[in-house]
Write a protein that binds this ligand. Structure first.
Ligand code: OMP
Length: 224
């Protein structure tokens, strides 16, 4: 069975990204390239990484007016990413236009509440709801807008999945039982995220910062 793990290659260094991707290839189902990589290496870098032979999740978390997001996604079409992120908080029209602009084979997923935020952070930006409630509200908006799924933490994925049976659920903030949370605040284990209904587990530092990334990915995969 294909691994649900997408390894987050959060580095500006394309040689390092390639080296890690090549080492962990047998134990992951795909690679995630985010802002740090894209700012440094652009579209050319994404093309090069595709040569590793794994599906590419392009995590640019687009968030702007509908026209700007749609045009940005059209410009990304030649890269043919398997998964692409936008922010659910961009609203219904932005989500609809994002989905319409993407290639048929690209899953557009809406980021709900970042896993680095907790209830206190939400109050500080004027959101009265708790993370759970806010994720479910944005998941409903995403479903109605016709995108393929959402990004949420493992703490909310089970409830979100119950409300959207055929949704695609991306869960970051995933840590092995003894793993360091670092800047992540809503964290679960890989097994718990899958049990909750995650389609994809995004795992970065627990693999990329390990002395032996291949062994770290293998050990995580063995817990699934
Ligand atoms: O969209 C994401 O992938 C994402 C959403 C979110 O709410 N939280 C989150 O951590 N991520 C990404 O998931 C990865 C997590 O990395 P680690 O904390 O190193 O496992 C990073 O690349 C983040 O950009």
């Amino acid at each position: 069975m294909k691994s649900p793990i997408y390894v987050a290659l959060d580095t500006p260094d394309i040689d390092r990204a390639k080296a890690v991707a090549t080492r962990v290839k047998q134990h992951v189902g795909g690679i995630k390239l985010g802002l740090e990589f894209f700012m440094a290496n652009g579209r050319h870098g994404v093309h090069e990484m595709a040569e590793v032979g794994l599906p590419v999740f392009l995590d640019l978390k687009l968030h702007d007016i509908p026209n700007t997001v749609a045009k940005a996604i059209q410009a990304l079409r030649p890269l043919d990413p398997a998964i692409l992120t936008v922010h659910a908080a961009g609203g219904r029209a932005m989500l609809e236009d994002a989905k319409a602009a993407a290639a048929a084979g690209t899953k557009v997923v809406a980021v709900t509440m970042l896993t680095s935020l907790d209830g206190a952070d939400m109050r500080s930006i004027g959101l009265a709801a708790d993370p759970h409630e806010q994720v479910l509200r944005l998941a409903e908006l995403a479903r109605e807008s016709g995108v393929d799924g959402i990004v949420c933490s493992g703490e909310e994925v089970s409830a979100a999945h119950k409300a959207w049976k055929d949704g695609f659920f991306v869960v970051p903030g995933v840590r092995p039982a003894a793993g360091k949370s670092a800047d992540q605040k809503r964290v679960v284990t890989p097994r718990a995220a899958l049990d909750g209904g995650a389609s994809v587990l995004v795992i970065g530092r627990p693999i990329t910062q390990a002395d032996d990334p291949d062994e770290a990915a293998r050990a995580i995969e063995a817990t699934l």
